[in-house]
Design a protein around this ligand. Structure first.
Ligand SMILES: C[S@@+](CC[C@H](N)C(=O)[O-])C[C@H]1O[C@@H](n2cnc3c(N)ncnc32)[C@H](O)[C@@H]1O
Length: 213
């Protein structure tokens, strides 16, 4: 049965190998970094000594914070994105570039990262892959390490394809992610639902912590 999960993940990944999205999105990066919206105040609650950005795309978020990070590991399913980041951050010594098969964090040792963040990407992921990434996040975070995740809050179209949904949000819900996080050993410190591009309550952000610091 994992074949279906693998097949859909591969098709979603292919959507983002080459896309006009990357150039366009550079102009809409501020929403993630302005102090007045839901992301930045929570980003400031991360310890940036050893950070993973999951699904980094072409690096627009990394460009905002790389100089504040002790070490930044950029992870993406598409090699084309990782190579673009390699070029973009060629002058930086505190960055690693990692290609994932799409549901794991390879070359990320257990219990060694202070933070992980993921913006504008998990909203498109299959729920089963989010389960896998939550498990991986728990594995790689150090006790007290935190994860800041931007997820879909769309419960329409179960069993459908994400292209059919508003802003390509995959099936998911903040309360499902809260529940999964708890069961996989991550505490939910904060969560908030918000509108995306005029669509009410379409997205959510969660701040998670691996207990035990
Ligand atoms: C909409 S883009 C967002 C990129 C970046 N986070 C940003 O905000 O600019 C979605 C990103 O998710 C990546 N992606 C898609 N499926 C993935 C998966 N299963 N695991 C990791 N990355 C994935 C794509 O390659 C792409 O970089």
């Amino acid at each position: 049965m994992a074949e279906k999960q693998d097949d859909i993940r591969t098709r979603i990944a292919a959507d983002w190998a080459e896309s006009d999205y990357y150039d366009e999105a550079e102009r809409f990066t501020e929403v993630f970094w302005t102090p007045s919206f839901v992301f930045r105040p929570r980003f400031e609650k991360l310890d940036l000594s050893n950070v993973i950005e999951l699904a980094c795309g072409r690096g627009r978020h990394a460009a905002q914070c790389i100089d504040r990070c002790g070490m930044l590991s950029l992870v993406d399913v598409n090699r084309s994105n990782i190579e673009a980041c390699r070029r973009r951050f060629a002058g930086h010594r505190n960055v690693r570039f990692l290609v994932t098969p799409g549901n794991s964090l390879p070359d990320c040792p257990d219990g060694t990262f202070s933070a992980l963040y993921c913006y504008d990407a998990m909203v498109h992921f299959e729920l089963l892959d989010i389960v896998d990434y939550l498990r991986e996040t728990r594995r790689v975070l150090q006790p007290g390490g935190r994860a800041l995740l931007h997820v879909s809050n769309n419960m329409s179209n179960p069993g459908g394809h994400y292209h059919q949904n508003t802003h390509w949000r995959n099936f998911g819900h903040v309360d499902i992610v809260r529940h999964l996080a708890d069961r996989l050993g991550l505490s939910v410190l904060e969560h908030e639902v918000f509108d995306w591009s005029g669509a009410p309550n379409l997205d959510a952000v969660l701040l998670l912590e691996r207990p035990g610091a």
